[in-house]
Design a protein around this ligand. Structure first.
Ligand code: ZN
Length: 292
């Protein structure tokens, strides 16, 4: 009874309010249980052409009809969260990317059907301003799709491939070579990732020496480059490769309280240490010297 009432209420709320807010730019429709139906999204699409940010997460009752409506009605979308909308197809997501070409932040976490390599190729072609994409648990995603993103979207800063079991070093190498502003990478449970991927990331920093020195001069060395990396459950990795990465990116921390390099579940990596450990080691003898 309660769920039925909520379902009706959520849709009625959108249907009755949205037509009165035609200048709406941000609309967050978070739900505990899926209430939204296509007719609500079609209403949003027909009244809110200025919409820039839309959150429809966990609306698994929505079908492709919603994405087709958004594509035609909301060409200015910059941020779209459709995580958990498991009914969407790759055809509809690819179609949307052809109209919403200003997209910068796209959350497809759990959209297993939608996030195919075919869809990612089209997204990589259409959305060259993309900065952040979440493909968590989209286990059909492979190297072909990720490489299309790496080549098509040079501004990418954050990617989450948590549970994308098919991707290999090829994906990470393409990102390391093409995406200069990479800040955050989630590779949780990507079992095929090896040391090659870690070295390619570490070397991308060195290759980029000119920009690196420019940022050192501006005191921004730690503000650029990788600041978050999750390699938890990537069991093929070895300490020298991960240490090389840590040394290249001082913002990656393994120390308690600053877990920006997440290695839990990788028992072989316990010897990897962040810049803090090196500093502590250096500071002690210097302090002892001063005391004399
Ligand atoms: Zn640290």
């Amino acid at each position: 009874m309660m769920a039925g009432w909520c379902k009706k209420n959520m849709n009625n709320l959108v249907l009755s309010l949205v037509p009165k807010f035609t200048n709406l730019q941000v609309l967050i429709l978070r739900q505990d249980s899926p209430q939204l139906q296509d007719v609500a999204v079609e209403t949003i699409a027909s009244y809110c052409s200025d919409l820039q940010e839309l959150d429809l997460s966990k609306s698994f009752r929505l079908t492709d009809r919603s994405l087709y409506a958004l594509a035609r009605g909301c060409p200015n979308l910059v941020k779209l969260n459709i995580s958990g909308c498991s009914a969407f197809s790759d055809t509809a997501v690819a179609y949307l990317s052809g109209f919403c070409r200003k997209l910068k932040i796209l959350n497809l976490c759990g959209c297993v059907k939608a996030a195919s390599d075919r869809a990612l190729k089209v997204i990589g072609y259409n959305c060259d301003q993309l900065q952040s994409i979440n493909l968590g648990w989209c286990d059909r995603v492979g190297d072909e799709g990720v490489k299309s993103l790496a080549y098509g979207c040079p501004d990418l800063q954050a990617l989450d491939f948590c549970g994308c079991v098919l991707i290999t070093d090829e994906s990470v190498i393409a990102l390391a070579n093409n995406c200069r502003h990479l800040r955050s990478l989630g590779l949780y449970f990507c079992k095929n990732i090896t040391d090659r991927a870690m070295y390619s990331l570490a070397h991308s920093r060195v290759k980029n020496k000119h920009e690196m020195w420019a940022s050192v001069k501006k005191n921004r060395y730690e503000e650029e480059g990788l600041t978050n990396l999750n390699i938890s459950q990537c069991t093929a990795l070895t300490p020298p490769a991960v240490q090389a990465l840590c040394d290249s990116f001082p913002a990656l921390h393994t120390c308690s309280g600053r877990h920006s390099l997440i290695i839990s579940g990788c028992l072989s990596l316990t010897s990897v240490h962040c810049a803090c450990a090196v500093q502590a080691h250096r500071t002690t003898p210097a302090m002892a010297h001063l005391a004399h």
